[in-house]
Design a protein around this ligand. Structure first.
Ligand code: NAD
Length: 367
């Protein structure tokens, strides 16, 4: 029996998590999956209830689960919590660290039905289907020493440390290559080896890992500034991109905009055993929270990633993806992706439509 822990969080988190859980329940019933569901508090909701945005009980449940689903955390109500007490540091970074989730997978796939939502020309984005693998628990965001200090001549200065060890680089490159093997077998490693020693090491290690362990993978290297340009100039050239924590943070947000629809993009963060946390890339959208307006498809597609990467159910993943295509083909749109001639639906109606599209496929497969 495998257990999914649902952490709904704040803002639109509970609304999109509810729809995602509906889809999980329908798949469990329709495909007789050996799954159990659990839930716990995180983020502002946990802070208000327990005084801690990542309570020990949630920590223990995350440890016990096979995979963790996260809605979203944060909102103006908790903006006074800053620095080490911020919800992001306590809940998000805390959960990633707890799981040892070092590989952040962000697929960037342009849905043909939503091409007009992109700010880029159709011929540039049509057919884009890439995945960015971002190192998630190392690099400059975690490196020590860090802080603020006063120099000898009395000026204050801030400092951070970019540090990567060989094992940290090896494992994220292996994760990228393993994913590339299920795709077009091409990996682009993004660094700044011309300026930074730590990333010269990154390039050397990436080259060795691919040469020795993944001879079937084609590896190339790009300097980060060129990678940023190529992402906008001709994004279709990429299959799997692997990069550091900070470069991945920036490049994956830029790449997400190729699709023009924040509400459509899932993500995963995996550890060495394949266990992971899955979440839409968007935040808690306080401006639309509680109004049944949020697009639940990024969350539902995150469930598909979970089925594939942590639960060993690739068929279930394919069914979810096909159902999402089905509802888009049928012209259903939440407000964020609405366009003339389409039918606007609520969060719950979109979730129900995906479930209905799954049920058709489940019963067809059974007959
Ligand atoms: P956001 O992603 O929450 O919202 C940006 C815009 O996109 C808003 O107009 C919002 O209404 C819209 N939007 C986002 N998701 C949508 C969806 N599923 N359907 C329809 N519209 C959607 O980003 P923000 O406004 O910068 O942040 C809001 C809060 O979320 C902040 O407190 C921030 O710290 C937090 N946040 C959390 C996470 C996370 O939990 N992983 C990530 C990013 C931001």
């Amino acid at each position: 029996m495998k257990t999914i822990l649902f952490l709904a969080g704040d803002g639109i988190g509970p609304e999109i998590t509810r729809e995602t859980r509906k889809v999980a329940q329908a798949l469990k019933d329709g495909l007789s999956l050996d799954l159990a569901f659990d839930e716990a508090l995180i983020g502002g909701a946990a802070h208000d209830a327990t005084g801690n945005a990542f309570p020990d009980e949630t920590r223990a449940r995350a440890d016990a689960a096979s995979a963790v689903f996260l809605g979203a955390v944060g909102g103006p109500k908790w903006d006074h919590l800053t620095g080490a007490a911020s919800l992001e540091r306590v809940a998000l970074l805390g959960l990633r660290k707890q799981l040892g989730a070092f590989a952040n997978l962000r697929p960037v796939k342009v849905f043909p039905q939503l091409i007009e939502a992109s700010t880029l020309k159709r011929e540039i984005v049509e057919g884009v289907d890439m995945i960015i693998v971002r190192e998630l628990i190392g690099g400059i965001y975690f490196g020590e020493p860090r802080g603020l200090r006063t120099t000898g001549d009395g000026h204050q200065e801030g400092y951070n440390t970019l540090v990567y060890s060989v094992p940290e680089i090896e494992r994220v490159v292996r994760a990228a290559c393993t994913i590339a093997r299920t795709r077009d077998k091409r990996v682009t490693s993004v660094d700044k080896a011309n300026v930074l020693e730590a990333l010269r090491l990154w390039r050397e290690v990436a080259t060795r890992v691919v040469r020795d362990e993944f001879p079937d993978i084609t590896l190339d290297h790009l300097i980060v500034d060129n990678a940023a340009m190529q992402l906008i100039r001709s994004p279709k050239q990429f299959d799997v991109m692997v990069t550091t924590n900070m470069f991945g943070d920036i490049l994956s947000d830029a790449a997400s905009m190729l699709t023009g629809s924040l509400g459509m993009l899932p993500s995963a963060a995996l550890n060495e055993t394949g266990k992971g946390m899955y979440e839409p890339i968007h935040g808690s959208a306080p401006d639309i929270a509680g109004r049944n307006l949020a697009n639940p498809l990024a969350s539902i597609l995150s469930l598909a990633m979970m089925m594939e990467h942590s639960l060993g159910e690739p068929q279930a993943a394919r069914r979810i993806e096909a159902a999402v295509h089905g509802v888009l083909d049928a012209g259903l749109r939440t407000a964020d992706i609405m366009s003339p001639g389409m039918k606007q639906v609520t969060t719950a109606e979109m979730g129900d439509a995906v479930v209905a599209a799954l049920a058709v496929r489940v019963s067809q497969a059974a007959s």
